[in-house]
Design a protein around this ligand. Structure first.
Ligand code: BDP
Length: 610
C-alpha cells in the first residue's frame, strides 16, 4: 500500500480533530443512517478509553461509533478520492452516508477505500461514520477471548500485558490520486558493495489505470540526479554512495513521473536510504559492519490519549532515548504509527518491527494470565484460522514498511508457547511467508523463559534469536548473584546450540519511581540499576549477544492485576517520562560504549559521510 504523499498530482486533507462519538449500546443497529445520539465528542487521533472518566466506557467491550460531516474539496473534481485510516483497533468499518465502503480487521495497520467508486462527488458534503470494534478473539491477532462473568456480563480476556486501548489512535485522511494512469505501488531494495564503493537501488513499480511512460530519478540532497531509469523495474547503481548509517542517515529521494500522451499524469516520491543488512555467523551487519543493538522495547502509551499518536511526545521520546545513548528499539508488541518509522529513517534509528502477534501462549508464567490446561497451538486456541489472520498481519506490515531503511528486521511474534507441541507446524509457514515477502531482511521472534534451548521448537527457523529474560525478577527475585549465574549459563547454551546472533529483547525490573533502598531491594530504583548492570556484565561475556533492549522505555498502562500497580512499572522513565536512576545507568553504559569501541550506531564515528 502506497504511503500517502502530496505531489503536483496528489492532494491530502486531514480529518483529524473532534468527531461525534457513541457506544454501540447507545445507538441503533445502523447508526450510520442518522446523526449519532448524545453529545459525546472524541478526538482523533487518540484511543477513546481514557478520554472520559467513565468506567463503563473505559472497559466497554464491543463497537464504538465516530461520525462527522466532511466536505470533499470542489477542486478535486476529476480525481479519485480515497479515505485512509492509519489504524482502527481492532476492526474498522467505514460508511459514507448510508454506504459501507470498507471493513478491515487488524488494529495496527492502515486501510482505505475508494470513495469515487462509492459515488462521492467533489464539492459534496458527506456524513462519514466509522465503527470500531475492540473485541479480540482466538482468531484475531493479537488473540484474546470473550467470557461471561458471574453477573452475566461479557468481559474481554486479553493475553498480553498492556491495556487493550481502542479507537482511532492514528490519522484519518482523505487523499486524491489521478483518475487515469497512476503509480499503484513501489518497492525499494538497496544494497552496498562490501568496500562501500558503490550501492544499488532496486525498484519495482506498479502502474495502475492504463499504460504510461515512467521516468524514475534518484536525487541527492543537493538536488543532483545520481541515477535515472525509464523502466518500471530495475536496478540503479550509485557510485560512491552516501550511505544510510545508524545515527548518520543519508536519504536520497526517488522521484517518479508517469506520462501519458505527452502529459505528466502522476508524480510520486519517496525517501531512499542506501544500506545493507545481513547476518553472518553471530554478527548482525549493517553496511558490512557489526552492529550492536542498544535500546528499548517500547509501547505506544500515553496518559489521556492511550495509544494515540502525538508528534510532540514522539520527538520527546526519541530525544530521551538518544540522551541515554540508545541506537535502536523494537516496536513491541505491534506495528507503530507510520510517523515513527519516517522519523527513524530521517534520524538514523534502527527498528525491529514487530507483528501484533503477542499472547500466543496459554501458559505464560508470572501469574499474569492465570492457569489454562489447553494446548496453545491446537483447535482449542491458535488454529489454522488464527494462523491465516497471522499471515495477513505479516503481509500488511511488510507491505506498509518495506521501504523504510530504519527497519532492519521483522519480528513475527512475541513470547509464543514455542516449547509446545504444534508450535513448529504453526510457525514454519509464517517464517517462510515472511522470507518470501521480503528475502532481504532477517527474521526474528522473541523467546520466553519457559522455552529453553533444549525445549524450544522453533528457534532454528529464525536468523536472529530474540530472548526475553527476567532472572532476578520473576525468578531469583532479589537475588542478583544467583540470577547472574543462571542467566549466563542459559545464554551460553543458546550460543552453543544455535551459533547465531542473540538479541536480548527484554530484561527489566518493576521499579517505583522515588523508592530508594540501601541495600537495594526489588521495586527500588537502586535494584533496577543493579539488575541492569548485572545483565550487562553477562552480555559482555557472551560473544553471540549482539544487542540489549531494556524492558521497557517507559512505564505503561495494563489491565488490572495483583502484580501491576497502575500498570507495568519496568520503565526506565515513568509514564510521564521522568528518568529513574536506571536512565543514568544506561547513559553511562551506552554513552561510553560507542566512542570506546567506535561502533556503528547513534552517536558514534561513522565512516565517510559522517
Ligand atoms: C514479557 C512480555 C511483556 C511484558 C513483560 C513483563 O513480553 O509484554 O510486559 O514480560 O512481564 O512477558 O513486564
Amino acid at each position: 500500500m502506497l504511503k500517502v504523499v502530496e505531489t503536483s498530482t496528489r492532494e491530502v486533507k486531514s480529518l483529524n480533530g473532534l468527531w461525534s462519538f457513541a457506544l454501540d449500546t447507545d445507538t441503533s443497529s445502523s447508526p450510520w443512517e442518522s446523526t449519532l445520539p448524545g453529545n459525546l465528542e472524541c478526538p482523533v487521533p487518540a484511543s477513546y478509553n481514557d478520554i472520559f472518566p467513565n468506567h463503563a466506557l473505559r472497559e466497554h467491550v464491543g463497537k464504538v461509533w465516530y461520525q462527522r460531516l466532511v466536505r470533499i474539496p470542489k477542486s478535486w473534481k476529476g480525481q479519485r478520492v480515497f479515505i485512509r485510516l492509519d489504524s482502527a483497533t481492532h476492526e474498522g468499518e467505514v460508511y459514507v452516508n448510508d454506504t459501507l465502503v470498507v471493513r478491515h480487521v487488524g488494529g495496527y495497520t492502515p486501510f482505505e477505500a475508494d470513495l469515487t467508486e462509492a459515488g462521492v462527488q467533489a464539492g459534496e458534503e458527506v456524513r462519514i461514520t466509522i465503527g470500531v470494534n475492540n473485541i479480540l478473539t482466538r482468531h484475531s491477532i493479537p488473540p484474546g477471548e470473550l467470557k461471561e462473568n458471574e453477573l452475566g456480563r461479557t468481559v474481554q480476556v486479553i493475553r498480553h500485558d498492556f491495556f487493550n486501548y481502542a479507537g482511532l489512535a492514528r490519522s484519518v485522511r482523505l487523499y486524491t490520486v489521478p483518475a487515469g494512469v497512476r503509480v499503484g505501488d513501489v518497492k525499494i531494495v538497496t544494497d552496498v558493495e562490501e568496500k562501500g564503493g558503490s550501492g544499488t537501488v532496486k525498484f519495482d513499480l506498479k502502474v495502475d489505470g492504463g499504460d504510461g511512460t515512467v521516468l524514475v530519478k534518484l536525487v541527492d540532497r543537493d538536488g543532483k540526479i545520481v541515477a535515472a531509469s525509464k523502466s518500471c523495474s530495475g536496478e540503479m547503481t550509485v557510485s560512491n554512495p552516501k550511505l544510510w548509517w545508524p545515527g548518520h542517515p543519508y536519504l536520497y529521494r526517488l522521484f517518479i513521473k508517469v506520462t501519458s500522451a505527452n502529459t505528466v499524469v502522476d508524480e510520486y516520491n519517496l525517501s531512499v536510504g542506501i544500506r545493507s543488512v545481513r547476518v553472518s555467523g553471530t554478527q548482525f551487519l549493517i553496511n558490512h559492519q557489526p552492529f550492536y543493538f542498544k535500546g528499548y522495547g517500547r509501547h505506544e502509551d500515553l496518559t489521556v490519549i492511550g495509544k494515540g499518536h502525538d508528534n510532540a511526545w514522539m520527538v520527546y521520546d526519541f530525544e530521551l532515548m538518544r540522551w541515554t545513548g540508545a541506537n535502536s528499539f523494537r516496536t513491541s508488541h505491534y506495528p507503530y504509527a507510520e510517523e515513527i518509522y519516517d522519523y527513524a529513517d530521517r534520524h538514523g534509528w534502527i527498528v525491529i518491527n514487530e507483528v501484533a502477534a503477542v499472547g500466543l501462549n496459554l501458559h505464560l508464567g508470572g501469574g499474569i494470565f492465570g492457569k489454562d490446561d489447553r494446548v496453545t497451538f491446537s483447535r482449542e486456541f491458535c488454529d489454522s484460522t488464527t494462523q491465516e489472520a497471522h499471515k495477513q498481519a505479516i503481509r500488511e506490515l511488510i507491505d506498509r514498511d518495506y521501504n523504510h531503511p530504519s527497519v532492519v528486521m521483522w519480528c513475527i511474534t512475541n513470547e509464543p508457547g514455542s516449547q509446545e507441541k504444534g508450535a513448529r507446524e504453526y510457525f514454519q509457514p509464517l517464517v517462510q511467508l515472511t522470507k518470501q515477502l521480503d528475502p532481504h531482511r532477517p527474521v526474528t521472534f522473541t523467546n520466553m523463559g519457559m522455552a529453553l534451548p533444549d525445549s524450544d521448537e522453533i528457534a532454528d527457523l529464525f536468523d536472529v534469536i530474540g530472548i526475553n529474560r527476567y532472572y532476578g525478577w520473576y525468578s531469583e527475585t532479589g537475588n542478583l548473584e544467583l540470577a547472574e549465574k543462571k542467566l549466563e549459563e542459559e545464554l551460553r547454551r543458546w550460543e552453543e546450540k544455535f551459533k547465531r546472533p542473540l538479541v536480548i529483547c527484554e530484561y527489566g525490573a518493576d521499579t517505583l519511581a522515588g523508592l530508594h533502598m540501601n541495600p537495594a531491594q526489588p521495586w527500588s530504583e537502586e535494584y533496577q540499576s543493579e539488575f541492569l548492570e548485572m545483565y550487562h556484565r553477562v552480555f559482555d561475556r557472551i560473544e553471540a549477544v549482539i544487542g540489549e533492549h531494556v524492558w521497557n522505555f517507559a512505564d505503561f498502562s495494563t489491565g488490572p492485576g495483583i502484580i501491576r500497580v497502575d500498570g507495568n512499572k519496568k520503565g526506565v522513565f515513568t509514564r510521564d517520562r521522568r528518568p529513574k536512576m536506571a536512565a543514568h545507568t544506561l547513559r553511562k553504559r551506552w554513552g561510553g560504549l560507542w566512542e570506546e569501541k567506535g561502533e556503528v550506531g547513534v552517536g558514534g564515528s561513522l565512516g565517510s559521510n559522517a
